[in-house]
Design a binder for this molecule. Structure first.
Ligand code: ZN
Length: 317
């Protein structure tokens, strides 16, 4: 059966026809202009119709959406990104398209994609962490994606790594992994150490234009202000990774998202610090690498969910 995977984000929708080997054969992208539920559901339907060229037959649909998902019905229980509560996304798409539709959390779908077809392929215990505006991720334990009691397992961004001296997190706590180690966290570190570098132009007068990549590149070139921010960032990232290793003891952690494209510059700094902070499980047993599917992981994982009939093999059986 043909499968379409949809990556639903706050600003755009990407629908892709994905083959059995996880390769994207065709894609359609639509902008999200209005975040009201009916409008977004229509945009998702339009993107699916476009990528299928109107041929709505013998195909299963998987959608990765932000928020907590009722996996049985495909309703979004709540999504802070969209401001939705109990939004019946699965039902709406089934009625619109007349096709089987499966909905999963976007980060869990990306984890399934990366585990099935990316760097995690062949591993039994695997973690994906995406370092973007926030931190998303997912956990594969004993070969299956961990869903938890209400589909909420894998919210890796909200354990505290600096509970007393950290930045305020979007969730209201202080020093969450996400607040300290996302791309946004790197920017915050650059502002936080700014007063020690009075002559630095790194963050001067243009906070809205400054991206985490600019700071990372400046750090790579040895610029002192950026390097100080980067070192603090690496400390906090390593603390979070060591915590996750203690929770999950995975054989592999893949880092995705904008900041992780730093590759070896990041990985070579993080690996020894994580080892230092790993105390209760054997050190050096978790490989930390860059994720391989990039922004396509979500759509590929959503298509895998559609083909399988759920996020895990247990659901499908
Ligand atoms: Zn938080």
């Amino acid at each position: 059966m043909k499968a379409v995977g949809v990556d639903l984000g706050g600003s755009h929708v990407m629908a892709a026809v994905v083959d059995d080997d996880g390769a994207i054969k065709q894609r359609a992208e639509h902008e999200v202009v209005d975040r009201a539920f009916e409008s977004v559901a229509k945009t998702v339907g339009d993107a699916i119709r476009e990528v299928l060229e109107g041929k709505l037959k013998d195909v299963a649909i998987g959608v990765g959406s932000p928020g907590n998902v009722d996996l049985a019905t495909g309703a979004i229980r709540y999504s802070p990104n969209f401001g939705w509560h109990d939004a019946p996304l699965g039902q709406s798409l089934r009625e619109n398209l007349g096709l089987p539709v499966f909905i999963g959390n976007d980060a869990r779908c990306a984890t399934l994609g990366e585990h099935t077809f990316g760097t995690g392929r062949g591993t039994a215990n695997f973690v994906l962490i995406t370092l973007g505006t926030g931190i998303g991720g997912g956990i594969v334990a004993e070969g299956n994606l961990l869903l938890g009691n209400a589909g909420g397992a894998g919210e890796l961004g909200h354990h505290q790594v600096r509970a007393t001296d950290g930045f305020i997190c979007g969730c209201g706590k202080i020093g969450c992994f996400e607040a300290q180690a996302s791309g946004t966290g790197l920017l915050r570190h650059a502002f936080a150490v700014g007063s020690s570098f009075p002559r630095s132009q790194l963050v001067a007068g243009k906070p809205e234009k400054l991206g985490s990549k600019a700071i990372r590149r400046a750090a790579e070139s040895g610029e002192p202000h950026a390097l100080a921010a980067w070192n603090r960032y690496i400390d906090d990232l390593s603390r979070g990774l060591a915590n996750i290793i203690a929770f999950v003891n995975p054989e592999l952690i893949a880092l995705g998202g904008g900041v992780a494209s730093a590759g070896d510059f990041m990985l070579n700094a993080v690996r020894p610090k994580v080892d230092e902070l790993t105390t209760m499980v054997p050190r050096g047993q978790t490989k930390i690498v860059e994720a391989s599917l990039g922004n396509d992981a979500g759509a590929i994982g959503a298509a895998t969910m559609a083909r399988r009939g759920g996020l895990t093999t247990k659901e499908a059986s």
